[in-house]
Design a protein around this ligand. Structure first.
Ligand code: UDP
Ligand code: MG
Length: 314
């Protein structure tokens, strides 16, 4: 019989992981299908791991498993660790804070049974986000959709994937993964389920503004080389301007009334060197990304795994 795996990445979620488990368990009852819940503890510094370890023996049907990272590797790494460890014929990824309503999983499974292979959770609204945050994420998805040619507005990490898709993602070699876009890139038969983003049920968001900006820039870079072509474009514009200026300068020189020297020169030099440095920065960023990839380090390190077999030992 087919099985469902639910991957729940958790970083410092001690405040309500037990509630998440209860809610999930109840929400999954109607699917009439065996399931496992896979908590990936992303190197939490609080009691999260102990809570997971206690949940394993609490569940009489051994449906709970836990993976514990050696440190915080980020949500992307946690999702991919989950995909690698999952045994299900279909796999759902959802947040630990219940912002992704677990009842929707029933709908997703229904679509999966109809033969869809990627079921995307789409945000109906963006919940509690503040104006600035909303503006930024809007801009980010506009940019990334334009740059990568994939329409990802309102997409989220709340998804159901068929085993085929999970295997495909597991084969992807890159270190710097972007789950949302990769599952989009993979193709397959797709369907969407819209959901209302719930308020975070407990604890607080783990993302600072800085980490969100870094996430956005990295992901744009990992899906598009357009910023590098921008460098060529800027070079072209500068060349046109330079040609015009040269002609003007030469004409004026031969007419015997040269431009006022120093001011013009300093403006031009500063302007063009800032463009050059800006361009070097863009290229440097891509080189840094290449460097990260060629080091070929593992995406995450697992310090401990916990499942019913472990808990029987103890
Ligand atoms: N998360 C994680 N590692 C991190 C940050 C977050 O595994 O470094 C998990 C977190 O525990 C939660 C999910 O990713 O299950 C979404 O995080 P959060 O709710 O903080 O983000 P938001 O909902 O504000 O986008
Ligand atoms: Mg959240």
């Amino acid at each position: 019989m087919a099985m469902l795996s639910v991957i729940v990445p958790a970083f410092n979620e001690q405040a309500g992981l037990a509630v998440t488990f209860k809610t999930l368990e109840q929400a999954l009852a109607p699917i009439a299908m065996p399931f496992e819940i896979l908590f990936v503890d992303d190197g939490s510094r609080d009691e999260t791991w102990d809570i997971i370890r206690n949940l394993v023996p609490v569940d009489p049907q051994n449906r709970v498993r836990g993976v514990h990272f050696s440190r915080n590797f980020g949500k992307e790494a946690a999702i991919f660790a989950g995909l690698e460890a999952a045994d299900g014929d279909c796999v759902v990824v959802m947040d630990a804070d219940l912002q992704h309503p677990p009842e929707k999983i029933v709908e997703m499974v229904e679509l999966w049974r109809q033969g869809y292979e990627v079921i995307e959770g789409k945000k109906e609204d963006r919940g509690e986000e503040t104006g600035l945050h909303r503006g930024f994420s809007h801009l980010f998805y506009k940019l990334i959709s334009r740059f990568s040619g994939m329409n990802m507005a309102d997409s989220s990490d709340f998804k159901l994937l068929d085993r085929k898709v999970v295997d495909a993602l597991n084969r992807m070699p890159e270190r710097n993964t972007f789950f949302r876009a990769l599952s989009f890139w993979a193709g397959y038969r797709r369907a969407t389920v819209t959901y209302r983003v719930q308020e975070r049920q407990y604890g607080e968001s783990k993302w600072s503004t800085f980490s969100l900006i870094r996430y956005a820039v990295r992901n744009i870079a990992s899906f598009s080389v357009l910023p590098m072509q921008l460098v060529t474009f800027m070079g072209g514009i500068l060349f046109v301007v330079a040609s015009l200026m040269s002609i003007i300068a030469l004409v004026q020189k031969f007419c015997g009334k040269a431009l006022g020297g120093f001011t013009t020169v300093i403006i031009l030099v500063m302007f063009s060197s800032s463009i050059i440095m800006f361009s070097l920065g863009i290229i440097g960023f891509y080189i840094a990304q290449i460097y990260e990839e060629v080091k070929n380090r593992p995406r995450y390190l697992i310090a401990e795994r916990y499942n019913s077999a472990n808990s029987e030992d103890k």
